[in-house]
Design a protein around this ligand. Structure first.
Ligand code: GAL
Length: 810
């Protein structure tokens, strides 16, 4: 019987492929690419013998496999944004991974569906960087910006039978301020369709009128061809057709349809409801092209003094900035890895992402649409004036317009996007030319999308107040510079301020330093930063300082914290200290494990669930009798702390002392003695409402494994992230454990990577062994293509081997 159903499914699939084949086919070029780097660096042509080339899958990042090397892209620079007084050697600024140089990719493919009257588009979601693309030995074109989406019409380059695609990429030294990755790190597709077609990225869906009874869905579709007819059907999330329209008004190449959707269900953060527009393009009765576009019905309006009104409701940004790397996976995009990040952030109560400082992946936008995140889609870290010698400044004049147009056109139907950013801390904030550039870019965004506002993350606030730069922006975004918020609000005309980048607090997971006090740019001998969350940079601050502005002034419309996760490169404050090679800014570490700060944001942002978190850990051998402050991050206003049953008093959040006292409960005079720390939190009537304990751990005894997903898809791509904790005999985390662990994955999957979140570790992510850091690390296991079991085995000398089963399913 099962076989019978399978046969039916196969027949149906075959039919749908055939129907599709009449109109358009989309082929994703994933497996069996050939790759080589450096050795053929001098070669400018793709016709190289590939016997020594590696076989890889795309998305691919050639540099993430290391090794780390202090010399790679060491940049001697005076960084204006970091308020450097002189040029300094920055090691690890771009992650100390071998991303510099030339890489060649080759891929053979056949396109039997391509014939007379058809066209073939080769679409890249991103290639790092300076892509030169060849088909069958002929150059098709190039696109320099590594974060841009671009495509070429390759119809004239194709032949019958086997075709050869070759791509040359090159990363120069001093071209980035963080790890950019290297290679074809996002997906590549070939779309074959009729010459009469929906223009690539040419459809724009907006929802200009919304009421309970009806929403007006406006669809503008650019079409190549004459005498055409467009039929659009709108389906709800269950696939039920709720409205449709045949043709519409024609304006040159544009067909415009207004479709009434009855009783619309809105896209919200809590319930991100999605509709689909299925469009068919005909000439006479002949179907020429089909296109499916997902969208949401929602209204995005910004009001003076209030900020974003999402569907008429004030919605403050509780956002984080994210670089594009996925820690141990590097820049190679993986949807499961992105989903895990967003799942962690959702639990924290985060509602918004800023793709700093470049175009986001389509996969990330799809997930934000589905999971209910607002999105600030950024474009550039540089305009015409350089931050790094070989940065985007080399391309700005010739390419900025194309890159912005592609960004907007390729992504504007995502309901999650509620704002564009044309730049981050661009040095063009200085000088009149920069004011003109700001206006020029914003006008391009407006031309391509009149529905969303544009911001720039500005750090030269005093200057942009004078020059007019800040007044031009739809949304004035301030990076840090809290003391200037008030003046900027007064002087700018917009009527609100966005914290486009906030905090930049630094900490290392599970590391605490004494005495406990606020520091700027503090460095320690072990190249770690303290998790008491009181350390920031010269230009930045601790979270509570932002909270005060966010809470006390309605015209502060939210914040994007730098950053949600640690990223490769920019190891401030250890820019000159080897082996620091990744950031300390993350709310979560590079492995995705929450640092203490996660709970501080959660206690404020997640208004549904209880947060009650104690820090530091309680293993301080040698500190007996010494002052060891205890902090509690909680949504409750007050709590009592006990050490070995002895009360340390009640603390209540208050505005009267420091900014920290308003958001954290702090017992500053606790003397360390091993045992149990317990906190009892009180509700607003003073009744005990929740409690939590931590214990001094004994010796490492065994390993505990826990997976974020115990069942994953057998699609060859899905991932399970398994956290490994070194615990004592009673299951308490050993917070100082650094045991060397090794991993073996068998069955229907493979070992993908491992990461412990230590910014100074030079152990390689793709080798199946690593030390625990602060008692933990995370192993990433990848599904194969069989629906079976995967077994992960974790070994460590002196500890019992631990095992975990992960199921893969079709
Ligand atoms: C900002 C910058 C970010 C990052 C951050 C570190 O000025 O926009 O890219 O460098 O500082 O604090």
């Amino acid at each position: 019987m099962k076989l019978f159903y399978r046969l039916i499914v196969i027949v149906l699939l075959f039919i749908s492929v055939c129907v599709n084949a009449q109109t358009r086919s989309v082929k994703t070029l994933e497996s069996n690419w050939k790759f080589i780097n450096e050795e053929v660096a001098a070669a400018k042509k793709p016709e190289t013998n590939t016997t020594n080339w590696e076989t890889v899958s795309v998305p691919h990042d050639w540099a993430i496999f290391g090794p780390f090397d202090k010399e790679i892209d060491a940049q001697k620079v005076k960084v204006q944004q970091d308020m450097d007084d002189e040029a300094r050697m920055r090691t690890g600024r771009t992650g100390a991974l071998p991303h510099i140089g030339v890489g060649w990719y080759r891929k053979t493919f056949t396109l039997p569906e391509f014939k007379a009257g058809k066209k073939a588009l080769l679409v890249f979601d991103g290639a790092m960087s300076d892509a030169h693309v060849f088909v069958n030995g002929k150059k098709v074109g190039n696109h320099p910006y590594g974060y841009a989406y671009f495509y070429f019409d390759i119809s004239d380059y194709l032949k019958d039978g086997e075709n050869l695609l070759a791509v040359r990429l090159e990363n120069l030294p001093s071209s980035s301020r963080w790890y950019p990755g290297a290679g074809i790190y996002r997906k590549v597709q070939i779309i074959v369709k009729d010459e009469v077609d929906f223009q690539q990225w040419g459809t724009f869906i907006t929802t200009p009128f919304i009421s309970e009874e009806v929403a007006k869905v406006n669809i503008k579709s650019e079409i190549n061809g004459e005498n055409i007819k467009v039929i659009t059907e709108i389906e709800d999330a269950n696939g039920k057709m709720v409205a449709s329209k045949t043709s519409g008004e024609k304006f040159g190449k544009l067909v415009e349809q207004n479709i009434a959707v009855p009783n619309p269900i809105l896209w919200t953060i809590e319930k991100p409801y999605l509709y689909t527009a299925n469009q068919k393009l005909y000439v006479g009765d002949e179907l020429k092209d089909v296109q499916t576009t997902r969208f949401g019905i929602r209204s995005v309006v910004y009001e003076r003094g209030k900020g974003l009104m999402l569907n008429g409701k004030i919605t403050k940004f509780k956002g984080v900035c994210l670089h594009h790397d996925l820690g141990p996976l590097g820049a190679a995009v993986n949807k499961a890895a992105l989903k895990r990040q967003l799942t962690i952030l959702k639990d924290m109560g985060c509602n918004a992402i800023r793709s700093s400082h470049n175009m986001p992946s389509h996969e990330q936008l799809e997930l934000c649409d589905e999971m209910g995140f607002l999105f600030l889609a950024e474009s550039f870290d540089e305009w015409a004036k350089a931050k790094v010698k070989n940065g985007y400044n080399r391309w700005f004049n010739d390419w900025a317009e194309t890159d912005v147009v592609n960004l907007v056109r390729a992504t504007r139907n995502h309901p999650c996007i509620v704002m564009w950013s044309s730049g981050n801390e661009v040095p063009d904030q200085w000088g009149n030319e920069g004011v003109k550039r700001a206006k020029w870019l914003q006008d391009i965004f407006h031309r391509e999308d009149p529905t969303r506002p544009v911001t720039v993350g500005m750090d030269q606030v005093a200057n942009v107040m004078k020059s007019g730069f800040g007044a031009i922006m739809d949304i004035p975004g301030l990076n840090y510079r809290l003391p200037l918020y008030g003046e900027a609000y007064e002087r700018f005309p917009q009527g609100f301020i966005l914290g486009s980048e906030t905090a930049s607090t630094v900490s290392s997971r599970g590391i605490y330093k004494f005495p406990v006090q606020e520091f700027k740019q503090k460095e320690y001998d072990d190249f770690q930063s303290s998790s008491y969350d009181l350390e920031a940079c010269r230009w930045s601050n601790v979270p509570d300082e932002d909270f005060v502005w966010q809470d006390d002034y309605d015209w502060v419309i939210g914040e994007f914290v730098w950053t949600g996760f640690d990223y490769l490169g920019e190891p401030t404050p250890y820019n000159e200290a080897w082996p620091s090679r990744s950031s300390y800014f993350g709310i979560c570490d590079l492995a995705g494990l929450p640092k203490d700060r996660f709970y501080l944001y959660r206690s404020r942002w997640n208004t549904e669930d209880e947060t009650l978190h104690i820090l530091p850990h309680w293993n301080w051998e040698g500190r007996e009798g010494e002052t060891t402050p205890v902090f509690v991050y909680t949504n409750y206003n007050s709590a009592e702390l006990f050490v070995n049953g002895v009360s340390q008093g009640i603390q209540t959040k208050t505005k009267d002392l420091s900014k920290q006292h308003r958001y954290r409960l702090m017992w500053m005079d606790v003397k360390y003695e091993p045992g149990t720390v317990k906190v009892v939190a009180f509700d607003d009537t003073g009744k005990p409402a929740a409690e939590k304990e931590i214990h001094t751990a004994g010796k490492p005894h065994h390993l505990e494994l826990s997976a974020d997903c115990e069942t994953i898809s057998a699609d060859g791509k899905d991932l399970s992230y398994v956290t490994v904790s070194v615990v004592d005999k009673d299951g308490n985390l050993c917070p100082n454990a650094d045991n060397q662990l090794s991993f073996n994955v068998s069955g229907a999957g493979s070992f993908k990577a491992v990461c412990n979140g230590d910014a100074t570790s030079l152990e390689l992510f793709h080798l199946p062994t690593m030390k625990a850091f602060s008692g933990k690390l995370v192993v990433t296991v990848q599904a194969g293509e069989e629906a079976e079991e995967i077994e992960l085995e974790v070994k460590s000398k002196g500890l019992k081997t631990a095992k975990m089963l992960i199921q893969t399913q079709e």
